[in-house]
Design a binder for this molecule. Structure first.
Ligand SMILES: [Zn+2]
Length: 214
């Protein structure tokens, strides 16, 4: 089963992908990771990507498509995959329907204020990188890492005003992609407005759709 994950930053896609990947024995492929690996390995594509990223430009569709296509041709994807971070544009979605048909697009939905709280409550240890949440996973001592006593800081892209902007950009950019996939009947909306302790309620909604495909 070929699964695509949609949803704004902070909705928890990475977490759900991990659970689903284990359950259905298919790999999770994050396009962000593909970029980082290609850059590190200094492949031809990697060099191109590095050029765009370091000059602050968007990586063009043709490059992204080539990278994803070749990854999905690897043997571990033969029974399916969970793809995170692609398609981000309509041309990417159209290309994908040609080279590797999407079976379902799980579209995780949560209100902006819930996402804001999840992201802007995050604190990262400046020393060891451990992640906390002021409400959901607070450290024992305020502002101090339990593991290494490092100072906890808020990442600049997790500040409320920045998160707000990321959400606006996300909606603007992905709206046409979601519309395109919805038109061909591939979008399954998943209500992700549950606290982390009730994640099984989110996974159960996914299962309802995925079991039909298995
Ligand atoms: Zn630490």
């Amino acid at each position: 089963m070929n699964i695509v994950l949609l949803g704004p930053p902070g909705v928890g896609k990475g977490t759900y992908a991990g659970v689903l990947s284990k359950k259905y024995q298919i790999p999770t492929i994050s396009v962000g990771d593909l970029f980082r690996t290609a850059i590190k390995k200094q492949t031809e594509l990697g060099k191109k990507i590095k050029g765009y990223v370091s000059s602050g430009e968007l990586v063009p569709d043709t490059v992204v498509i080539e990278l994803v296509k070749s990854r999905l041709e690897e043997p571990d994807c033969k029974n399916g995959y969970i793809l995170d971070g692609y398609p981000r544009t309509v041309p990417q979605a159209e290309a994908m329907m040609k080279f590797n048909k999407i079976d379902i697009a799980l579209n995780f939905v949560a209100p902006d204020n819930v996402i804001m709280e999840r992201i802007s409550g995050r604190r990262t240890c400046s020393k060891c990188g451990a992640i906390y949440h002021v409400k959901n996973m607070p450290p024992t001592i305020d502002g101090i890492c339990d593991r290494c006593t490092g100072r906890l800081v808020q990442r600049s892209d997790e500040k409320p005003e920045v998160v707000q902007n990321r959400l606006v950009v996300y909606r603007e950019k992905t709206k046409p992609v979601i519309e395109y996939l919805r038109k061909i009947g591939l979008v399954a909306d998943i209500d992700a407005d549950y606290p982390i302790e009730e994640m099984d309620k989110i996974i159960a909604q996914c299962d309802k759709y995925l079991q039909k495909l298995a």
